[in-house]
Write a protein that binds this ligand. Structure first.
Ligand code: XMP
Length: 512
């Protein structure tokens, strides 16, 4: 792998993704990892990421000089660039010329490999207080910027290079070109990290771990569990049984999609548990959002556990598949543990006494890679490109108590909004498009010649990259008008459609 050494800024994940976009496998490791441990991973290159603003800051994470004693190709970015310069005998100084945000890069007369034939005055994204003022011996300076006399350097025989700016951010035009040139042209790495190679590797790994044992997987209807299961199925076929709990809080067509489309595309053995009576019974009259969530979580575990025991009784199951993704692994401090298979249970609130070993085939992947894998595995587009949908389902999109009638009303409105968004070709421009029923609110309207006294629904289209922050989507007004017309005409109980124009923060994406 290419190791991305994390110096504690938020850029390491982005760098790792960009490396993978260049079809090269990358892993994030903490800067505290001993060099011997890094070398044990047989790195094709090491990238030192950005970090705190100054190498002089007390407590600033130190670069283990040993990294630069090896003959592994190294690329330094921002803080990593300065740390590299300092360790190799260059000079880093407080010049007082800080640069934050966009600035322009001037390639040197000899722009080297990284900046070869790129335009002058290239917009790049900087974030630094200190500057490298003198490159280490053996390095040629290939660019400068108004605030950084040495903004890029490289040493081809040593297969090392560095840049003061952030090539991984989109604001740096040509950033991906430079990163790719480091990987291919300086470090000499072959671009072999592709969906089909990932599938081959994972299939082999899963086969060798599972042997002839039985496996179960809980499907949520979301992309991650769907792709994880498809991958495991590719590896062990009928030794896999999937469990899908229909809690009655799904959108129109979702249970059918899992039952029909998914099975048709994969041939997976599926056990569908219709538990809607049970969930709706437990939710009867409950209006508090947190109570709704707790009840749904609790019932879900009970139903899943029961179903898993039934499968287990028949088939003697040893493994449970989970769709854990790389960001979860990195965020929970397990950035180094990129093994595909972990031998213990108790994830996602599943009970301790479900004694299965865990298979997490997506543990090294980002969401967009999971989608690419799903496509490669032959899953239908509607499944792979699906918008995220919360586990508690429509229950947290009905403001007020949940009932079958209210769910039916919301399902109709939600389906119309989704149909129109798709027809407008805007599915990919929107992260998620909740429709929320204000079930305890009524307003007066007029339809035909008569007075109505119906409920409002809220349209909540949002744009986001990771759901941590979001903005309301500026959908075309004619699309919103079409959705509003259709909902008020086709759904009898709804006589008003409103648009939520709140970003996150201060709002959350969901209303509860
Ligand atoms: P909020 O509403 O907190 O949502 O801005 C952020 C993202 O998480 C989804 N979400 C959930 N997903 N179980 C889930 O699996 C939940 O309980 C849950 N609550 C919110 C939400 O749809 C959005 O994508």
């Amino acid at each position: 792998p290419v190791l991305v050494v994390d110096f504690g800024a938020q850029y390491a994940q982005l760098i790792a993704r960009r490396v993978r976009e260049a079809n090269v496998y990358s892993e994030i490791v903490p800067h505290s990892m001993p060099v011997a441990e890094m070398l044990a991973k047989d790195p094709a290159a090491i990238i030192l990421s950005g970090g705190p603003s100054s190498v002089y800051e007390p407590g600033a994470p130190q670069l283990d000089a040993g990294v630069l004693d090896t003959d592994v190709p190294v690329f330094g970015i921002c803080y990593g660039f300065q740390a590299m310069a300092q360790t190799l005998g260059g000079t880093v100084a407080h010049t007082g010329a800080r640069e934050y945000g966009r600035t322009s890069l001037t390639p040197a007369a000899d722009p080297g490999v990284l900046l070869r034939a790129l335009p002058a005055d290239l917009p790049v994204w900087m974030s630094h207080g200190d500057s490298v003022v003198e490159a280490p011996a053996g390095f040629s300076v290939t660019a400068s910027s108004p605030g950084a006399p040495v903004a890029a350097f490289e040493n081809l025989p040593a297969r090392r290079a560095g840049v003061q700016f952030h090539p991984e951010v989109l604001h740096t035009e040509q950033g991906q070109t430079m990163l790719t040139r480091f990987l291919y042209d300086i470090a000499g790495i072959e671009p072999t990290w592709t969906s089909s190679n990932i599938i081959d590797e994972q299939v082999a790994a899963i086969r060798s771990v599972v042997g002839d044992k039985q496996v179960i997987c809980g499907l949520s209807g979301g992309v991650d569990s769907a792709v994880a299961a498809a991958l495991v199925h590719r590896a062990v076929g009928d030794q896999l049984t999937c469990i899908f709990v229909d809690h009655g809080l799904l959108r129109a067509g979702e249970a059918e999609q899992v039952e029909k489309d998914y099975v048709a595309a994969t041939g997976i053995r599926l056990k569908v548990v219709d538990a809607s009576e049970r969930f709706l019974g437990a939710l009867d009259g409950v209006t508090d959002p947190e109570r709704k969530r707790k009840i749904i979580g609790r019932e879900f575990i009970r139903v899943f556990e029961q179903a898993a025991r039934e499968v287990d009784a028949e088939r003697d199951v040893e493994f449970l598949v989970q769709g854990t993704l790389y960001p979860d692994v990195v965020e929970s401090g397990g950035g180094t543990g990129t093994a595909n298979i972990k031998s213990h249970h108790n994830v996602g609130g599943l009970p301790d006494d479900l004694q299965f070993s865990l298979i997490e085939p997506l543990r090294t992947l980002f969401k967009d890679e999971v989608r690419a894998l799903g496509t490669q595995l032959g899953l239908p587009d509607e499944m792979v490109q699906r918008h995220p949908f919360p586990g508690p389902g429509l229950a947290i999109r009905i403001i007020g108590a949940v009932s079958r009638e209210r769910l039916d009303v919301l399902r109709q409105a939600d389906l119309i909004a989704r149909e129109e968004l798709t027809a407008a070709g805007l599915d990919r421009d929107v992260w998620q498009f909740p429709v929320v029923l204000l079930a305890d609110v009524r307003s007066v309207g007029v339809q035909g010649d008569g007075r109505t006294y119906g409920h409002p629904v809220v349209l909540r289209p949002v744009s986001s990259e990771d759901a941590m922050t979001a903005d309301w989507s500026r959908l075309p007004f004619d699309l919103i008008a079409r959705i509003s017309n259709r909902i008020t005409n086709e759904v009898a109980e709804i006589n008003r459609v409103v648009l939520d124009v709140t970003s996150k923060p201060p709002g959350t994406i969901e209303w509860e």
